[in-house]
Design a protein around this ligand. Sequence first.
Ligand code: BGC
Length: 761
Amino acid sequence: MTPGGITRRQLLVATGAATLLSQLPMGLALGRDAGKVPAFIDTLIGKMTLQEKAGQLTLFSSASQNGAAAAANPVTFTGAVSVQIAAAIAGQLTGVFNSSNVLWHERLQKAAMQSRLKIPMIFAADVIHGFTTVFPVPLGESASFEPELARRTARAAAMEAASVGIDWTFAPMVDIARDARWGRGVEGSGEDVLLGRRMAAARVQGFQGERGLADPEAVAACPKHFCAYGAAEGGLDYNTTDVSERVLRQTYFPPFQAGFEAGALTTMAAFNEISGIPATANKWLLDDVLRGQWDFRGVVVSDYTGDEELIAHGFARDGRDAARLAILAGVDMSMQSGLYLKHLPDLVESGEVPLAVVDASVRRVLQLKAQLGLFDDPFRRIRPSAPSRQRLPETLALAREAARKSVVLLKNDNQVLPLRAGGQRIALIGPLAQDWDSTKGPWTLFGGDDSSSDLASGLKQAMADPTQLSVVAGCGYQGPLPGGIEDAVNAANAADVVIMAIGESRDHSGEARSRTSITVPQPQLDLLDAVAATGKPVVVVLGNGRALALGELLPKAQAVLVGWYLGSASGLGLADVLFGAYGPSARLPVSFPRESGQVPYYYDHKITGRPDPHPEKLSAFKTRYMTTPNAALFPFGFGLTYGRIEYGGLDIGDGRLTVEGTLAIRATVHNRGTRAAEEVVQLYIHDRAASITRPVQELKDFRKVALAPGASTQVHFTLRRADLLFIGQDLKPTVEPGTFDLWVAPSAEVDGLHATFELLA
Ligand code: BGC
């Protein structure tokens, strides 16, 4: 029985596919094993024309889209509604993406059911951080250091998206991002490999759910962009990437591997080239590594016109050549260019592309559809008359939980925070004060009505007397407003405390939003200067989609919160933290350098032959800038609480790790303060000498612990030999005996508790 109470037979008969029934192994559509291809798929492939096969490998942007979805990509030819309906009937379209219109999905699916072979359509979408309920941008959510939270928000997003017919999300984005100029870091988990792996796995599990992909509330995940998109030179989007195979294997591959191990059955080829070969035509990457070495059996989709862009890269001569190169490299599905539809039949007939290659791609696509349960019931996620699953109270409550858990406290002089919710006049100043549009972040295509999610609304709801709040923009994001500074200074003078909501608008990050300088724009710093000159305590609440260089800003503020773009419950979540209903518990998933010129800056950099022993003073002939040390202003993992945290009592036993053994690590964390706190306890190591130079520190584990005022807790970690693997000279994982440093610490780049241990041969 299907979840709708109809038998599989009834459904197949209803959709005209009864002849296939005898070949469909019962239960397989519910299975998640990408290895088994149901026999009916090969029967089906045997009946398909070349044109129909090319159609199954061709995905187009939906003809029916809202404005935000349409604006997410360059305008290219997609075809009108009637064209897509005709293509569906002709069996020349595998599916469409970025529509949220369930009636349109129903119409297209009905059209596909009129096609000769009645192969169901797949509906995809960029469901990146929520659907109609918007959760914090993935970078912000990663600051929670709570993979379980990421799993739950992905689950909720999948539930909303699936209920309008979406089968497949182009998420999670798992690109390690180490250059804050690159605008797309906002979509991922930041700079660290371990955090990236854990978040990738959690998000895949969340999207896909626990009941198998055929569950009507599951959507297939697509870890993207494979690979090394985040390593773009100069942080410039789409730019050349030139990284060694070792760095690929050590840094950029692991989050993908974690996503696949968690069950993801699709991936997207990246736009960029890697060392001269575009990812979309990179046979080594897609065939040798992904399918050969990792045994990935799922679908590789190109990025938006990624195959056609092989021409601009200077890798393909023309569209035909581009289609040939992409399919031969292992790209199963062409997104948006239409090149497969146009050229594959001819390429097969001419012998330039073996039929077996096309069939293998078609098999993978049909298998994905089978796993999603679409052959069982093409309408399983298309339920126009079912009760709405959008923005349920519990989903909005989750958005608030996620929002407050994403806020990082960087500075809190004289414990200016938390503010009192009554009895003080607050001036809220800055372009982000009432900009609910920016709370959505750059990749919200389907968000519901969040017009009361801005900071001003959130504060008013939390304040005992909302008339004690005055709100002034003061300036725009990039330029002054007439009389803006004067208004802001007047508001500050009339208040007891000022909250400055400044930073980046949603347009500062996202795709094609690279910046040359990662600072808060100057007009906003000028505004801050003027307000700070009033002498009133200033709390800065940043809106941002990347690490920012805060050197200039910091001295002007008594407190600084990193607020990212927090989504549907942005204002409420921030108010929870500002007024202390919730103590800040997030940690930076990216290092905040001192100056823009340091980027790419990341904490697990190499040591070099001339490390700088005294970063705070200028030493000659050391690895540092003339004016700036080679260190972050706020390192990866950093974040304060409203408590007063102390670390002590490090115990690592005899400090010897044997081949089969484990190293048990214990440390005690105390909250000596008067307010509750959640601490993210982090375990770092450094391999002192190895046949490949090792980073100065590497995160190996973390635990988030809640501590009541005055409470202490012992935190346990376990290290195994496998945790110490690195990619050796032969490009294979290896581990070498020797001495290791170990730190249990509140962030990277601080001493914390230190010990050394020996890895025995
Ligand atoms: C982006 C992808 C996205 C696709 C479809 C591309 O421009 O790089 O991440 O999934 O568009 O919207």
